[in-house]
Design a binder for this molecule. Structure first.
Ligand code: PLP
Ligand code: ZN
Length: 368
């Protein structure tokens, strides 16, 4: 198993503690995996993402056993004729980030790491802090000073050291990177470390299994840094290479219009993403003005024949209310997903009759 640079192909062992190539290229993960046997996982007694162990970078008897909190295997809820919500807010720390945090921290434990550094606008930091606590690993979390008190309290409760950074989300990332470079600590980054997608890809395995071995026509996926979206791309390519699907489901990605560098680049037909100014959005969890993996995200969406749109602030507030009156209470960022679905239906009316899944990424009590 090794990291490989997407730009120059150089390989690094996991023990090297490399989080980016010397050439500036970003890293992917390479390892041998077995196809998932979905007829077996569908009846497995392990109701967590660890039932997919054959296609994860771990063995059955391995460090994850001491780190897991039972994450995964979340329900698919019908919310319309052919529209389903996957309830990833049923997670140990109430967001889908637990999928990636558990695989990343389990590997850190396996590597003998005793302290990690993370940066996040909230949910990733919470998840990393919780799993690090579980694993007995010390943790420093950098957050923008504007992050909601509730999220900061939870991170502190798990025993992590909080660093509140004034300025933009990018300033927060830079402060974390500065600490990593000074100390050579393990960078538990959901953006740079590809181990994170090994967890998020299981969201799509679960949907495939819940649909009895088929895929929806399209997935609505929120995108800031691409934590869930790049996991989708990996899962789709695996299912295709295992002969379990014959085409990639469409990725219909959603950004907040007030901070939508990827949708702008997509609509302009570009293959790289220019940074934008965040003009202010309630969807703080996806407000990434300069996404490090922008080019990979554009390529992944195009490969599926998908699309990326920006949604307005009003539509986010409205979508949250529309879900709440049906008993579904999500954090404000996560309401962008349903708002995105409604916008995509306006753009592509035939979507109404297609089978579509969108995620409930984070629980309503996380935000005001
Ligand atoms: C992390 C997160 C997302 C997805 O954001 P990425 O930056 O693309 O990983 C969406 N919604 C919520 C609530 C999140 O926490
Ligand atoms: Zn390189």
């Amino acid at each position: 198993m090794n990291y490989v640079c997407v730009k120059c192909g150089q390989k690094f062992s996991l023990a090297s503690n490399q989080w980016k190539c010397d050439c500036g290229g970003l890293l992917h993960l390479e390892y041998t995996k077995k196809p998932v046997d979905f007829t077996a996982t569908a009846v497995a007694r392990n109701h967590s993402l660890w039932k997919y162990i054959d296609a994860l970078p771990f063995d059955l008897e391995d460090c994850w056993q001491q780190v897991t909190l039972g994450e995964g295997d979340t329900p698919l809820i019908s919310v319309g004729k052919s529209l389903y919500a996957k309830a990833d807010y049923y997670m140990p720390t109430l967001s889908f980030k637990d999928r990636g945090a558990v695989t990343l921290i389990a590997m850190a434990k396996k590597l003998g790491v005793n302290r990690v550094v993370a940066d996040s606008s909230g949910n990733a930091g919470t998840a990393i802090a919780a799993y690090a606590a579980r694993a007995g690993i010390a943790c420093d979390v950098f957050v923008p000073a504007s992050t909601s008190d509730k999220k900061i309290k939870q991170i502190e409760a798990h025993g992590a050291i909080i660093h509140k950074i004034p300025g933009t989300r990018e300033d927060t990332a830079q402060a974390a990177i500065d600490m990593v470079q000074e100390t050579n600590l393990f960078y538990a980054s959901h953006i740079y470390n590809p181990l994170f997608w090994e967890g998020t890809k299981t969201y799509f395995y679960e949907v495939f299994e819940q649909c009895n071995g088929s895929m929806p026509d399209a997935f609505i996926i929120p995108v800031g840094n691409g934590t869930l979206l790049l996991g989708a791309h990996i899962a789709f390519k695996e299912l295709l290479s295992w002969g379990l699907i014959d085409k990639l489901p469409k990725i219909l990605a959603v950004q907040a219009e007030n901070c939508s560098p990827i949708s702008k680049a997509f609509q302009a037909g570009k293959s790289t993403v220019d940074a934008v100014e965040n003009t202010g959005t309630l969807a703080e969890g996806i407000a990434i003005a300069a996404p490090a993996r922008g080019a990979e995200i554009l390529a992944a969406v195009r490969e599926t024949g998908g699309d990326i749109i920006g949604v307005t602030e009003e539509s986010i507030v409205d979508a949250r209310q529309k879900m709440a009156v049906q008993g579904i209470y999500v954090e404000i960022t996560s309401a962008a997903n349903y708002a995105g679905y409604l916008s995509f239906v306006k753009k592509y009316p035939s979507l109404q009759n297609q089978f579509v899944v969108f995620p409930l990424c984070g629980a309503g009590i996380k935000s005001n």
